[in-house]
Design a protein around this ligand. Structure first.
Ligand code: SF4
Length: 80
């Protein structure tokens, strides 16, 4: 499972940080940080989700008020 994070869209409400440890706070920037994320394109980061964290990662995506987080399965289908 893969997570994609659009940092430009993020408004720093930090609901995702409360749901999944794959996100941390950058309070200076007012943005979340995708831990171990690779910058795929301008301000868009991707990371693999460990199997035992998939539930939390999906929850983090669901609670984001601006849909800055997307989750994809192994076939590349978007699941959240
Ligand atoms: S929940 Fe969404 S808007 Fe809030 S910090 Fe996380 S990614 Fe950013």
């Amino acid at each position: 499972m893969r997570v994609k994070f659009d940092r430009d869209t993020c408004i720093g409400m930090f609901q995702c940080v409360a749901e999944w440890e794959g996100f941390e706070k950058d309070t200076d920037a007012g943005k979340a940080v995708l831990v171990d994320g690779e910058e795929e394109s301008d301000d868009v980061f991707v990371a693999e989700v460990p199997e035992d964290e998939e539930f939390d990662a999906k929850f983090a995506a669901r609670v984001c008020p601006v849909d800055a987080i997307e989750v994809y399965d192994e076939d590349g289908e978007r699941v959240v």
